[in-house]
Design a protein around this ligand. Structure first.
Ligand code: URA
Length: 186
């Protein structure tokens, strides 16, 4: 499948009822040859309005981490498990995640990133393991096929609990170092 076919099929998806209540599909943005891919949970209100992931309050905080680490938003690829907003920002249902995963799988197949960073618990439980414990296991790398996968706190959680921001900064620094090592063949 090409990018165009994938994006078109995602935008006209009617596999679950969220396609009817969304304003815009939030397919994903960024570099289609990125080494680093971030995967969040689901679009919120600002993302639903704009069609772009992580542009609301949580997204602005996430951007600050990227900026602090010298990671250009245009260099990476940013997507979510769900491409359509769940009403009232409720957690994505397991069946919605299952139905939407084919789009993310195909995005990963096309991008072939070296590293995937799960933003938050929902993404980590879907992409790393169902019993993932974000408080204990954030910042730990797991090898999955051709790429490394790691989870960090969701930026929305950091808005609610600023005491976790230092740990997030540490995780993000380690992620950057590890990625640079991988690019240099280590
Ligand atoms: N939270 C997410 O998980 N994804 C977004 O795109 C925005 C907020």
């Amino acid at each position: 499948m090409t990018w165009e076919e994938l994006e078109n099929s995602c935008k006209s998806c009617d596999k679950c009822p969220l396609g009817k209540t969304k304003t815009n599909t939030v397919f994903g943005v960024g570099n289609k040859n990125a080494s680093l891919m971030f995967v969040g949970e689901a679009p919120g209100e600002s993302e639903d309005k704009s069609g772009i992931p992580f542009v609301g309050r949580a997204g602005k905080l996430f951007d600050k981490y990227l900026l602090a680490l010298g990671i250009d938003r245009n260099e990476v690829y940013i997507a979510n498990i769900l491409k359509c907003r769940p009403p009232n920002n409720r957690d994505p249902l397991p069946e919605e995640q299952d139905m939407c995963m084919s789009y993310l799988r195909e995005q990963v197949r096309l991008i072939k990133p070296k590293m995937i960073v799960c933003l938050g618990r929902i993404s980590a439980m879907k992409l790393i393991k169902p019993d993932f414990k974000i408080t204990k296991e954030h910042g730990i790398f797991f090898k999955k096929g051709a790429f490394e996968i790691v989870a960090v706190y969701h930026p929305s959680l950091l808005l609610r609990d600023p005491s976790k921001r230092e740990e997030m900064f540490t995780d993000m620094k380690v992620i950057k170092q590890k990625l640079e090592g991988m690019k240099n063949g280590n």
